[in-house]
Design a protein. Structure first.
Length: 294
């Protein structure tokens, strides 16, 4: 069953591309026609591409990995923040911090700095600071929160990137390409799809278009997360059952060990007199020799 359909995408305005003079020839395969100087995207292909991307995202989420959502355009910020938060995924909606992926340890240090400021505020360390110093630290904390607060839980590199407007977020795409991180992208007619692993040809400016596509993808991610929960619950149940079976077997094995020990001891006792007999004979001979010598 398809996650979207032609009518749904048409109603959301996913078919509107950019002006013909601004097009990227690499998008020719996804363009249906041109109308009033504007390219029209083939929504039949978009439906198929959304399903492909959604299935791949579902598998990533099912394996317990993170997907980083990226969209710094004003009209899509809120949508990205809401959808990513609903599935517990990190996101970037402010300026993309250069080197966020390629220089990830430095970004993690900045996130830890934010956590340290919080900790010092709670334990009362800042109570002795002057108003000016406190204001500087508070501003620094607010800036870090704005830029990195949404990725505070991202302790390792994400397993995938989901980008809205790959032309605007080309630095993020370039970093992901360098590290071999798969990129999912809503690609408009003015963008290059060659660097995108999962291309979703659609209007990347309209709110309704972005929201419709993100809803389908986030629903798939949610399915993957739910399946992961079910699998973990099944594994726990199986482990508990295996442990119970082991506990049942243990007493039977314990009763066998004493028997073996008793048998071993009996054998030792039986063998002991046989070994001692030659020694007694040797001593008797020695005594006889001593008597003869005397």
């Amino acid at each position: 069953m398809s996650r979207t359909n032609f009518d749904m995408l048409l109603q959301a305005g996913c078919h509107f591309g950019h002006l013909k003079r601004k097009w990227n020839p690499a998008m020719a395969q996804y363009i249906y026609t041109e109308r009033n100087g504007i390219h029209i995207i083939d929504l039949h292909k978009t439906v198929v591409k959304i399903d492909e991307a959604a299935d791949a995202l579902k598998q990533i989420a099912k394996s317990g990995k993170k997907i980083l959502f990226v969209a710094t355009k004003k009209q899509t910020k809120e949508i990205i923040a809401d959808k990513a938060t609903s599935v517990g995924m990190p996101y970037v909606i402010e300026r993309w911090p250069g080197g966020m992926l390629t220089n990830f340890p430095t970004i993690r240090k900045a996130v830890k700095k934010m956590a340290n400021i919080d900790k010092l505020m709670q334990d009362g360390t800042f109570a002795n600071l002057s108003k000016r110093e406190l204001l500087q630290i508070t501003r620094q904390r607010a800036k870090l929160e704005k830029n990195l607060g949404s990725i505070a839980d991202l302790t390792r590199l994400p397993s995938a990137l989901f980008v809205v407007d790959v032309l605007k977020e080309q630095i993020a795409v370039h970093e992901a390409n360098r590290l071999g991180i798969p990129v999912f992208g809503i690609v408009d007619t003015n963008s290059d799809p060659n660097n995108i692993d999962f291309v979703i040809p659609a209007n990347d400016d309209a709110k309704d278009s972005v929201e419709t596509i993100l809803t389908a993808c986030c629903n798939a991610i949610n399915e993957g997360l739910e399946e992961r929960k079910v699998e973990k619950a099944d594994e726990k149940a199986a482990d508990a059952q295996a442990e119970a079976e082991v506990e049942e077997v243990k007493p039977k094995r314990a009763t066998r060990k004493p028997r073996k020990a008793a048998e071993a001891k009996a054998e030792e006792k039986a063998e002991a007199p046989v070994e001692e007999a030659p020694k007694a004979e040797e001593k008797a001979e020695e005594k006889a020799e001593e008597a003869a010598a005397e």
